[in-house]
Design a protein around this ligand. Structure first.
Ligand code: NIG
Ligand code: FE
Length: 432
């Protein structure tokens, strides 16, 4: 995050002095079709034969090239020829757990032999096994183990990613995970939002002392993460194998007391009142939602909470209960899509595969899937208007794709048509 314009974007602030050079734009992107993903009547917010101007790390003009006023193009210092490809907002993966040590390939084999995710968790495996490996790793070892995962997302057009803690479950390791996430974002020049998920599982040393662990989370971990500015939000896992709705509410109260917005892993494996709880606390998102009820969807809509669908976990765990997509649509709940990249339930490192799964497994349209990784993912991270749309004033975080239509981003399975990534106005080859 070297230049100052990028820092303005990184801070998520919209400022009047946008560093726009009086001499003209510092990047012009020509010869592209643009899927702006702005909320217009046009599918994908399409602008054919478009032109995008960038100055000071921000988009200053978007439109059909033939309508561009002279002052938009005059004095340009750099031009990017899009070769007739499609330009979209850089993708936003708003739910990952990509910082961790070890793998859980052994559990993949156990599940294929018939054990369930919950049985493995209750037998001391699952999240707990990643906790053991993560606690033993230094910050540098965590960065070393996780860097390729963030690199892989970035190579697929991801310019913003949320990374959660939750494999430490003690003060030191939870904060170390968040520091590793921050370091990785700085190293790879990817915008990283950090979410504290200390209420992910009950650590074994607290087996008969649930309240003591919650006191540690609420009384020490959340205050420390807030004071050290390590967390942008607080999340909790509301589930039979994790925490009850009442316990998650306690965590949310502590987050609110420290000025941190909340999110919730809700109704993934059983109906646990998660959607209703998320709505009651005006959470930024309720994630998973396979078992969410009609009333839960209505509550999410009224609260303005985004539903984050995670088809990678549904796929990997071989689930059969789909999230209530029709009810979410009917009630007007914004739908985001994410990889949920984690070692247990979703070792998915491709945002495009997550979009494909959202279409094939959950019935989203390709346009809904792309909106779920762009415009609808931004508010989940408090970045609405900043990222997720190609619009004047937004950060110049963009992806250029070798496709004939943006629906192809959800269509191909296992391909990566990402040709160029622009981050804060800087052009990158995604393969490097
Ligand atoms: O989002 N649901 C809880 N947390 C993760 C899984 C974490 C793990 O199994 O390591 C999820 O799916
Ligand atoms: Fe998750």
């Amino acid at each position: 995050m070297a230049d100052s314009a990028r820092k303005v974007c990184q801070n998520g602030r919209r400022e009047d002095d946008l560093n726009i050079e009086p001499g003209g734009p510092d990047l012009l992107i020509r010869n592209v079709h643009v899927g702006t993903m702005a909320d217009t009547a046009e599918a994908y917010g399409v602008v054919r034969d478009g032109l995008v101007a960038v100055a000071g790390g921000r988009i200053t003009w978007v439109g059909a090239a033939r309508t561009a006023p002279r002052e938009v193009t005059a004095g340009t210092s750099r031009t990017l020829d899009g070769g007739g490809g499609w330009l979209t907002p850089g993708l936003i993966d708003c739910h990952t757990h990509l910082v961790f040590a070890g793998t859980r390939a052994d559990e993949f084999e156990m599940r294929l032999r018939g054990m369930t995710y919950e049985e493995i968790a209750r037998a001391g495996g699952g999240i707990q096994s990643t906790v053991t490996a993560t606690r033993a790793a230094t910050e540098e070892q965590l960065c070393g183990a996780s860097e390729w995962r963030l690199e892989t997302l970035a190579a697929h057009g991801v310019t913003t990613v949320d990374i959660k803690s939750g494999y430490g479950l003690d003060v030191g390791t939870e904060l170390r995970m968040l520091r590793a996430a921050r370091t990785l974002g700085e190293r790879l020049d990817v915008r990283v939002s950090r979410t504290l998920l200390a209420a992910h599982a009950l650590p074994p040393e607290y087996r008969d002392r649930r309240d003591a662990y919650l006191d540690l989370v609420c009384g020490t971990v959340i205050p420390r993460a807030a004071a050290d500015r390590l967390a942008h939000a607080v999340d909790a896992f509301c589930e039979g194998i994790a925490f009850t709705a009442a316990e998650c509410a306690h965590v949310f109260d502590a987050a609110a007391a420290h000025g941190l917005p909340v999110r919730l892993h809700a109704d993934q494996l059983s109906p646990s009142g998660g959607a209703e709880l998320a709505a009651r606390y005006r959470a930024r998102s309720a994630d998973h939602l396979e078992y969410a009820t009609e009333a839960g969807c209505r509550a999410l809509a009224a609260a303005g909470t985004t539903a984050v669908l995670l088809p990678g976990a549904y796929y990997t765990l071989g689930e059969s209960r789909r999230p209530p997509v029709d009810a979410l649509r009917r009630h007007g709940v914004p739908i985001a899509v994410a990889t949920d990249l984690n070692p247990g339930s979703s070792p998915v490192t491709s945002p495009l595969l997550a979009m494909n799964m959202a279409c094939v497994l959950f019935g989203l349209t390709p346009e809904e899937a792309l909106a779920g990784m762009t415009r609808h993912a931004a508010p989940v991270l408090g970045l609405q208007g900043e990222v997720g749309v190609v619009s004047p004033g937004a950060c110049a975080d963009l992806a250029l794709w070798d496709v004939d239509h943006p629906s192809e981003l959800s269509y191909w399975v296992g391909a990566n048509p990402c040709r160029v990534v622009v981050r804060g106005g800087e052009v990158h080859d995604p393969r490097k």
